[in-house]
Unconditional design. Structure first.
Length: 386
């Protein structure tokens, strides 16, 4: 999964660290481009999944737009080279400062989640003498069938505007001179592996479009958000998600108006498989019925297993001895600091390296210094091959 030429370099590096395989990332980006361009769809990268500079530069160079959820993200991707016109800005709580910065840059759309937010953007845009492009984030009440912390499209979530508020929103939009409704936006959740969710979403979008046309709004774009899942169980067999099936599922169900553009905001599916957390075995500890493999990475470096009960594949990088059963745990003073329980791995010793796979999305970005540990660093395949 990680090419041996890189593993040789790992031995000289201080652990733990994230390793990003930019070769795989480029292949993944090419696959997305090939499949989305079949239908003329636009893909933004959801920066919150991974903001590593080399990763983001690779994505920017491949010509993707960005989807941001904070003012700092907007500035960061813009500085890296993604033009304002390709940046969408989402989030339920945009501050005045963030709105002003985005107005200055001149972004593609403010994806708005409430009437007070639309009013605030209208006012600030007025101060700038600008008309702000606004897309309404709609809560389509589609069940993403994923973990409860990453489901966002149901009516009891804090996200989006519900259909019973459309009339009120429509009136607000018509009364505010410094905003222009350019589109409607959806994002129903993350790590969605059931493609029928996207079919259902597309059909819902068709109905919602009707409301907007019937009420005199012409929408330049529809934004379906992200959420396409990846294979955490068998990363080896599914390094690149099935983008062909994903875009086709949407294409076969969505009805676009003439000249209307369709946008996507993919995060996890672009970057998850190119990342690995490399960590060293500190101690082996034998319990009564368990063997604990204590590594130098902890839940502060990779929190998904503790936060979402996520299961990441783990492999040994330096041992090929006969397999034994382990609980792989970190050094943090929390019982939740467990990466995997009862997994089979080649017998390892103190000093052996192991890798936690599919760790390119929502992993390094959530790292902290809890227990006063160092903030985890990253290396990438380009710099190690130099
Ligand atoms: C997080 C997020 C995304 C990306 O989700 P993935 O599951 O990583 O594809 C897209 N759009 C919005 C608004 C988001 O908040």
């Amino acid at each position: 999964m990680i090419q041996p030429k890189y593993i040789n370099h790992f031995k000289a590096l201080e652990t733990p660290f994230y390793f990003y395989d930019l070769e795989l990332l480029r292949e993944t980006l090419q696959a997305v481009k090939a499949e989305s361009s079949k239908y003329g769809y636009h893909v933004h990268y959801a920066l919150k999944a991974n903001n590593d500079e080399a990763v983001v530069k690779t994505i920017a160079n491949a010509g993707f737009g960005a989807d941001c959820v904070s003012g700092n993200e907007v500035k960061y991707v813009n500085d890296i080279g993604i033009p304002g016109k390709m940046i969408a800005f989402a989030g339920v709580g945009k501050t005045d400062k963030e709105i002003k910065e985005a107005l200055e840059i001149g972004i593609f759309s403010f994806n708005c989640e409430s009437i007070p937010e639309i009013e605030a953007i209208n006012e600030l845009a007025g101060e700038f003498g600008k008309v702000a492009p606004v897309a309404i984030r709609i809560n389509p009440n589609v069940d993403a069938k994923t973990h409860k912390y990453i489901t966002t499209g149901l009516s009891d979530n804090k996200f989006g505007i519900n259909h019973w508020d459309f009339d009120k929103v429509g009136r607000a939009l018509k009364s505010l001179p410094n905003i222009k409704l350019t589109g409607i936006h959806f994002h129903v959740g993350s790590q969605i592996t059931d493609i029928s969710v996207f079919e259902k979403l597309s059909l819902k979008v068709n109905k919602i479009q009707d409301w907007f046309s019937n009420n005199g709004f012409e929408l330049e774009h529809i934004n379906l958000g992200g959420g396409l899942g990846i294979d955490y169980k068998n990363p080896q067999e599914n390094m690149i998600p099935d983008f062909s099936r994903y875009f086709k599922a949407v294409h076969d169900n969505i009805i676009l108006k003439p000249n209307q553009q369709l946008h996507f905001e993919l995060g996890r599916s672009l970057v998850a498989q190119c990342g690995h957390l490399v960590t060293k075995v500190i101690f082996l500890k034998k319990g009564v019925e368990k063997q604990f493999l204590i590594v130098d990475a902890g839940m502060n470096d990779l929190i998904r297993p503790s936060l979402y009960q996520a299961l990441h594949e783990i492999s040994s990088l330096t041992s090929n001895k006969q397999e034994e059963k382990y609980d792989v745990v970190g050094p943090i003073c929390e019982s939740a600091d467990v990466f995997r329980k009862d997994i089979m791995l080649p017998a390892v010793d103190r000093g052996d390296l192991i890798a936690i796979h599919s760790a390119g999305a929502y992993c390094q970005v959530m790292a902290s210094t809890y227990n006063m540990r160092n903030l985890i660093k990253s290396f990438n395949s380009d710099e190690l091959s130099r």
